[in-house]
Design a protein around this ligand. Sequence first.
Ligand SMILES: Nc1ncnc2c1ncn2[C@@H]1O[C@H](COP(=O)(O)OP(=O)(O)O)[C@@H](O)[C@H]1O
Ligand SMILES: [Mg+2]
Length: 221
Amino acid sequence: MIELRNVNKYFYKDENKEIHALNNINLTVKNGEFTLFSGASGCGKSTLLNAIGALDSIDSGEILLDGENITKLSESERTALRLNKMGFVFQAYNLVPVLTVEENIGFIMRLRGFSDSEIKKRVLEVASLLEIKNKLHSLPSTLSGGQQQRVAVARAVAAKPKIILADEPTANLDSKNSQILMDMMQTLNEKEGVTILFASHDELVMQSVNRVIKLEDGVLI
Ligand SMILES: Nc1ncnc2c1ncn2[C@@H]1O[C@H](COP(=O)(O)OP(=O)(O)O)[C@@H](O)[C@H]1O
Ligand SMILES: [Mg+2]
């Protein structure tokens, strides 16, 4: 489903310092995989995830999504691609503070034009899976960190994206809440068949996934 061919990405810190953040990456991810990009801080995990998620451009190579070359898309086409096919989970939960948990979970569905009744039904479904059903009418600030991250995952998965990209999702969680989150994401992966790609150097995440892809200084090893 996802194919990277000779992907290169450079950053320039100052005029004479070039960082080869992604160094000729070749990679295939199949539909339904539960995969981790691992490696030390600065090795290129986020850069890789952002490239696959069409959040950032690459300098050369191709990224194919269901056979479509996403590196050739315009900015507005990339926005549409992200909205329709991807779900994002970040280290900082990025919930909308003035919206209830229910409204946060339904947020992407609303942007995509699902009907009120479809949203209500689906929000209830994912909230049950992630065990936050009793929090639907609360504001995010009244929830624990672990619960807030589960709301973020619920929001990412609600509109049935093909891929969920999760960058260091457990970084702000204690080990108990990290384990709960990983178990629930694995259940989502199995029950809904959604492909999930993590970037993390958390040992616990490494133990929970089905495939580990290791990076070192931008090189896939
Ligand atoms: N916006 C940026 N500008 C300059 N350098 C960057 C930028 N983003 C990432 N880098 C550099 O690219 C390399 C890979 O970074 P990153 O993908 O964030 O690594 P990781 O997520 O594995 O910690 C690092 O050397 C980092 O300093
Ligand atoms: Mg990172």
